[in-house]
Design a protein around this ligand. Structure first.
Ligand code: PEP
Ligand code: MG
Length: 583
C-alpha cells in the first residue's frame, strides 16, 4: 500500500480500479540505468512494441479505408511508414546505446526532442508532422508500458481516471456513469477541470504530481476528494477505514441537506444571499437540493465546449430556458462566454497562442466576434421571459469593454424587436471583477454596472502572477494575500458607495476559512459549487457580524499571506466545528 497526497478538488470518497489515461499528454517517463546484460532484452522489447503497434495500426488503417475517406486512412498509412522507418529505429537505438537506460525513457526522450523541434518550426507542414511523431511514439510507449489507450467516452467498466491532465472537453465527453473518481498530476482547485469534476459530483484529487508515474493501470485506489489523499492498493485496514469514513460522509451530507430551507443569516440578523455556480443545465437539480437562492454564475461557455453540440442561438436559447424554468423565477446570472485561456474552442482559436491566459479570452473574444456575441445575447434576451435573468461580462479590464458590450446588448435588443421577439423589460447587467485593473478601478466600473461579482480564481491568478492550473505554484494562490484582501475591500466598498451589490463567484466564496472574513468585508452574495452551500451557510448562521468585522479589520492590517492564513486558521479553530472543516 502506498499513500500520496495531492490537492483536494472535489468532495467525496471513492474506491475503485485505476484507468491510466495518457491519451492527451503522456507524462515524463522515469529514467533508469540498465546493466550491459539487459541491453538485448531492451532492444527486443522495443522491436516487439513496434511490431504490436504496427499490427494495431494496420487494423485501424484498414478500418479507416472501409469506414471513412482515403484521406483519413492516409494519416494512418503515414503513421505506419514512420513507425517502420529504419531511420526512426536507428535514432532510438543510437540514443539507447549512448545512455544505457530503459528503452521507454529513450522513446519518450527522442519523441519529446523531435516534436519540440518541429513544433517550433514556422512551416505548418513540420508542425503537423510533430503531431504524427507524438502519436506514433505514444503508441510504442503504450505497448512498452502495457497501457490500453482507450477513449473516455467508451469505458467498459467503472473506473477512477488517472491522468496527467484532462481537458474540460474530455470531462464533458467522458462516459460519466462509469467514472467514479479522478486523479490528476496537474491542476489546482480552481482549474476548470476541477470545477467540472465538482459540477458532476465526481470525487477528485488534482496536483498529484507523481500520479501517472506511480499508479498502474488496474491498481485499486481509494480517493478522498476532501483531504486530497490517494491510497494505492490499500490493505484491509485502509479499506475498512474507508468504509466507515464513507458512511460518516453520507450521513453528514444528509444532515447538511436539512439546512436547505433555513436562511443564511448571521446571529445578529444580517441576511446573506447564497447562490450556486453551474456549468451545465442538469446541475439545477443539485442547486435546488442544496438550497441555493439563485444561480450566481452560469458558465455558459460549456455549451460551446461540449463535444458534438452545435451551440447556435437555438441550442443556447434552449439551455438558458431549461435553467430558468428549473429555477422558477429565482435569479439566474448568465455569464457571457469565457472562451480562451484553458478553454480553447478549436474552431475559433489557435492552440499555438503563446500566452492564452493573457490573450484572446472571455470578453475580448466576444467583442472581437460581434455576430457570435450577439447570437448569445439574443438567446439570453429571448429566454428572459421564462424567469429572472441577469447578464455578467467576464474578464473586464476597463470601462471601454463594458461600454462596448452594452452597445452590442442594445443592438441585440433591436434585432429581437425587429424579429418580433419579446424579452424582459429590465435585465441587470453586471461586471466580473477578476483582473487587478478592474478591482483597482471598481469605483469607475460601478458607474456602468448593476452589480459586481468577484471572480477570485482569476483575480488571484492575475494579481499574484500564479497560473491557476499549475500545481507547482499552487501554494501561492491564496486569497489570504494582503493584495487580494485590499482588492476585495476596494471592490466591495466601491459597489456599496454606488448602491449596487457585491457578489463573489470565485472559489473563495465556498472556502470555509474565508467565510467570516468575507462577511466582515461586507460581501452581499456568495455563489459557489452547490455542495458547498450548506457548510458555508452553517458558518454564516453561527457568527456575529461584529466579530467578522473585527476579523476583517485585523486581516487587512496583516502584512503577509502566512500571517493572515494563521489568523484565519485560529478563527476556524475557535468558531468552526471540526466536522465542518473539510472543504
Ligand atoms: C473566477 O475567475 O473566479 C471565476 C468565477 O471564473 P472562472 O473560474 O470560470 O474563470
Ligand atoms: Mg474567471
Amino acid at each position: 500500500m502506498e499513500k500520496f497526497t495531492g490537492i483536494p478538488a472535489s468532495l467525496g470518497f471513492i474506491s475503485g480500479k485505476a484507468f491510466l489515461y495518457l491519451e492527451n499528454n503522456f507524462p515524463e517517463i522515469l529514467r533508469a540505468d540498465i546493466s550491459p546484460e539487459q541491453v538485448p532484452d531492451e532492444i527486443r522489447r522495443l522491436d516487439n512494441a513496434i511490431r504490436q503497434a504496427t499490427a494495431e495500426l494496420t487494423i485501424i488503417h484498414e478500418r479507416a479505408l472501409q469506414e471513412t475517406s482515403k484521406e483519413q486512412a492516409d494519416i494512418f498509412n503515414a503513421h505506419l511508414l514512420m513507425l517502420n522507418d529504419p531511420i526512426f529505429r536507428d535514432q532510438l537505438l543510437d540514443r539507447f546505446r549512448e545512455n544505457q537506460v530503459n528503452i521507454e525513457w529513450v522513446v519518450w526522450d527522442v519523441a519529446r526532442e523531435m516534436t519540440q523541434k518541429m513544433m517550433s518550426s514556422p512551416d505548418p507542414l513540420f508542425r503537423e508532422r510533430a503531431v504524427d511523431i507524438n502519436d506514433v511514439s505514444k503508441r510504442v510507449l503504450h505497448e512498452l508500458l502495457s497501457i490500453k489507450p482507450g477513449s473516455l467516452a467508451e469505458l467498459q467498466e467503472d473506473v477512477i481516471i488517472v491522468a496527467n491532465d484532462l481537458l474540460p472537453s474530455e470531462i464533458l465527453s467522458m462516459d460519466r456513469k462509469r467514472v467514479r473518481g479522478i486523479v490528476m498530476d496537474s491542476g489546482s482547485r480552481t482549474s476548470h477541470t476541477a470545477i467540472l469534476a465538482r459540477a458532476f459530483n465526481i470525487p477528485a484529487v488534482v496536483g498529484l504530481a507523481l500520479g501517472t508515474r506511480v499508479i498502474k493501470d488496474g491498481d485499486t485506489l481509494i480517493v478522498n476528494g476532501s483531504t486530497g489523499e490517494v491510497f494505492v492498493n490499500p490493505g484491509k485496514k485502509e479499506l475498512s477505514e474507508f468504509k466507515k469514513a464513507t458512511m460518516v460522509y453520507h450521513r453528514r451530507q444528509e444532515e447538511f441537506l436539512s439546512l436547505r430551507d433555513l436562511p443564511a443569516e448571521t446571529r445578529d440578523g444580517a441576511r446573506i444571499t447564497m447562490n450556486a455556480n453551474i456549468e451545465i443545465p442538469e446541475e439545477t437539480t443539485q442547486v435546488l437540493q442544496y438550497g441555493a437562492e439563485g444561480i450566481g454564475l452560469y458558465r455558459s461557455e460549456f455549451i460551446f465546449l461540449t463535444p458534438g453540440q452545435a451551440a447556435g442561438e437555438e441550442q443556447q436559447y434552449h439551455s438558458y430556458t431549461q435553467v430558468l424554468k428549473a429555477m422558477k423565477k429565482r435569479p439566474v446570472t448568465i455569464r457571457t462566454v469565457d472562451i480562451g485561456g484553458d478553454k480553447v474552442l478549436p474552431d475559433f482559436q489557435s492552440p499555438d497562442e503563446k500566452n492564452p491566459l493573457l490573450g484572446w479570452r472571455a470578453i475580448r473574444f466576444s467583442l472581437a466576434l460581434p455576430e457570435l456575441f450577439k447570437t448569445q445575447l439574443r438567446a439570453i434576451l429571448r429566454s428572459s421571459v421564462n424567469g429572472t435573468v441577469k447578464i455578467m461580462f467576464p474578464l473586464i479590464s476597463g470601462i471601454e469593454e463594458i461600454e462596448q458590450a452594452l452597445v452590442f446588448l442594445d443592438e441585440a435588443r433591436d434585432e429581437c424587436r425587429a424579429a418580433g421577439q419579446t424579452f424582459a423589460e429590465h435585465i441587470d447587467v453586471g461586471t466580473m471583477i477578476e483582473v487587478p485593473s478592474a478591482a483597482i478601478t471598481a469605483d469607475i466600473l460601478a458607474e456602468k454596472s448593476d452589480f459586481f461579482s468577484v471572480g477570485t480564481n482569476d483575480l488571484i491568478q492575475y494579481s499574484l502572477a500564479v497560473d491557476r492550473g499549475n500545481e507547482r505554484v499552487n501554494y501561492l494562490a491564496t486569497p489570504a494575500h494582503p493584495a487580494i484582501l485590499r482588492f476585495l475591500k476596494h471592490t466591495i466598498d466601491a459597489a456599496h458607495q454606488r448602491g449596487i451589490k457585491a457578489a463573489m463567484c470565485g472559489e473563495m466564496a465556498g472556502d470555509l476559512k474565508s467565510t467570516a472574513l468575507l462577511l466582515g468585508l461586507g460581501l452581499d452574495e456568495f455563489s459557489m459549487a452547490p455542495q458547498s452551500i450548506p457548510r458555508v451557510k452553517q458558518i454564516i448562521r453561527s457568527v456575529n457580524m461584529a466579530d467578522c468585522r473585527k476579523l476583517a479589520d485585523e486581516a487587512l492590517r496583516g502584512i503577509s499571506w502566512k500571517q493572515n492564513t494563521r489568523l484565519m486558521d485560529e478563527w476556524m479553530a475557535q468558531y468552526c466545528p471540526v466536522e465542518l472543516r473539510v472543504v
